[in-house]
Design a protein around this ligand. Sequence first.
Ligand SMILES: [Zn+2]
Length: 454
Amino acid sequence: MGQIPRETIEQILDSTDIVELIGSYLQLTRAGSNHKALCPFHIEKSPSFNVNPHTQRYKCFGCQVSGDAIEFVKEYENLPFNDAVRKLADQAGIQIVEDVFDAKEEARRKSRAKIQRLQIEAAKFFNMLLFKKDFAQPARDYLKARGLGMDVSRSWQFGYAPENQSIFFQWAEAEGFPVPLLVEGGLAAWRDEYNPNRGAYARFRHRLMFPVNNDFGDTIAFSGRVLDKDQKGGKYVNSPETPLFDKSKTFYGFDKTKRPILREKKAIVMEGQLDLIAAYESGIENVTAAMGTAFTAQHAQLLKRHTDEAILCFDSDTAGVAAATKAFRVLAPTGMLVRIALVPPGEDPDSLIRKHGPASLEDILNEAPEFFDFQIDRRGSLLTTGPLRDRLNFAKELAFDIALVDDKMVQDSLINRISVRLKVGEEDIRRQVSNAKRDQIRAEKSKIRRENMV
Ligand SMILES: [Zn+2]
């Protein structure tokens, strides 16, 4: 990727009004020739965040942050510098011509732009069908049964993909989206990938459609949920990987929830997107969910860029506990503090909120124990009454997870706490932790070796 020329950056700053820009994010009030707001970068009760229309800069007299329009977007949206520049360039209608022209990069950019437009238009189309067509009644019934009103459907841009795929293909043709583009964008698939002449079929049929957005709120992919119990295919079908979409680093709803996560300084990780929507709409906005897949190391990195604390809000069945443990093992190496909040048996966050209100979920979240306390509590009966051998075995299990924690001091305090609670010698646990660490490093090395051989 080429460098964005200095003149372009200046041109973008010249055509952006910082008062208007920041006013689109924050409640600004006039104070003399300046504008003031509550600072978004620290918590305060009276506004010390100033925006100066003459210098076109902001400064907070509370926490001392300052900068220009690009700096603001970069910090507030938590974007890399070039992305912040691009976002402002788009708003100002300025085309960025990079210093080094790269034909390949240019072709890739053009193809991405086409796929991008396809996703945005398809989201509008599915949304229109949901609202306007008789045949979308099952989708509307489903939403109603889940207590999701039309205002929620509008704000999350839910849609309906019709059973009859010719409706979809006719729309695409009328909009000028050729079939190969539909395939490239993941909305259709070839019947025979070695022989496109055999035609394509629509990937999403008779499904409730959830658009998946990038950080700017533009749709980049879809997740489609079944509406009939005996319907073919998985409960959720997601778009395949495309030049825009990689599910191993995408959080559903992150364009809406990332600012609340920054503000609350913690992220509540949900298992499903409907749980996430229910929580968000009930006022618990700092939520996130992977897309029907395991939590990956890339997810952990992305989350860590926004907060240091994660609360894993999962089902209390065996599968939920196993998923929480897996997610902990991915998050711990980033240095994040991980808490576990299990909803009561037979419930999920969505049903809990519907039956008992958001306060019931908030209570569970507020009392969520740290991962290790959770593990010890769960096996409580072993602690004092169980045979020593069982306690030692359990300590060994925990040692594996302690070894993943990327902070020596935290490790030491964990070893101490577990030694007291399990009545097992500190030295025994310490030795098991260093054994586990050694095994983990060895496993990591051989994994890298295997990957290099491929
Ligand atoms: Zn401040």
